[in-house]
Design a protein around this ligand. Structure first.
Ligand code: PEP
Length: 251
């Protein structure tokens, strides 16, 4: 593994004016070239970002994709549509989509398959709730989420995904998982990948959940952490760049 991957998840944030300011600060900064860097933005801003990121070291991503390729699915956006806007990545199975929009484990697998079929890299999010952690069910939950993806993708396709471990209780809470907790889960995910993938070593496992400039270095120092999925801090150029710098030092 060479460079770490640092991907911003803007969630339901942004405006044409705010995006222009944020991206101008990020895209020209030298540190983004020292990592693999991406921003996953709301659909309406894909064209704006495609134009602004052209020729820069920052790749474009989306936050969701339809499992369907075309047809009577009002409100859906297909993977080939995302590809037309030069998207390289798409987040699938974020815990907010699972919890608030009732996305099911198998559906996440089908979305990952749709992304791969269009040439996009799915960033497959997995993670446990606090209740599940307290009940000692962490790897059971994550194993179930990964098995559902594995029931849709073959060993070759599984080698072309990115996995993001995002404990639900750490997202947006200001309370990151500890390095030891992250390493333990990443080792479990890696073991699952070894059992199911054709080329498991090439699959990146990101950590996401309250990554900030002040905890990024210790998280990225762990060899098991191949990068980060960054929510809130990706909306502040100074913070996002500090996280990229922390990742670059550990790459
Ligand atoms: C996320 O939503 O993917 C995330 C990691 O959010 P935050 O960094 O704000 O916890």
């Amino acid at each position: 593994m060479t460079k770490k991957l640092v991907a911003g998840n803007w969630k339901l944030n942004g405006s044409l004016a705010a995006n222009a300011e944020l991206v101008a600060d990020i895209a020209s900064a030298p540190e983004v070239a020292l990592v693999d860097c991406a921003v996953c933005v709301p659909y309406p801003y894909l064209a704006q970002l495609q134009a602004m990121l052209d020729g820069t070291a920052v790749a474009l991503g989306a936050q969701n994709v339809s499992e369907f390729a075309r047809g009577a699915y009002t409100g859906e956006v297909s993977a080939s549509m995302l590809a037309e806007f030069a998207c390289c990545y798409v987040i699938v199975g974020h815990s907010e989509r699972r919890a608030l929009f009732a996305e099911q484990d198998e559906q996440v697998g089908r979305k990952a398959a749709a992304a791969l079929a269009a040439g996009l890299t799915p960033v497959v999010c997995v993670g446990e709730t606090l209740e599940e952690r307290d009940a000692g069910l962490v790897m059971q939950v994550i194993g179930r989420q990964l098995d559902a993806v594995g029931s849709v993708l073959d060993a070759n396709a599984l080698s072309r995904i990115v996995v993001a471990y995002e404990p639900v209780w750490a997202i947006g809470s200001g309370r990151s998982a500890s390095v030891a907790q992250v390493v333990e889960v990443h080792e479990g995910i890696r073991a699952w990948l070894v059992r199911h993938c054709e080329a498991p070593a090439g699959v990146r496992i990101l950590y996401g959940g309250s990554v900030k400039p002040d905890n990024a270095a210790e998280l990225f120092a762990a060899a098991e952490v191949d990068g980060g999925l960054i929510g809130g801090a990706s909306l502040v150029a100074r913070d996002f760049l500090a996280i990229c710098r922390a990742a670059a030092i550990q790459s």
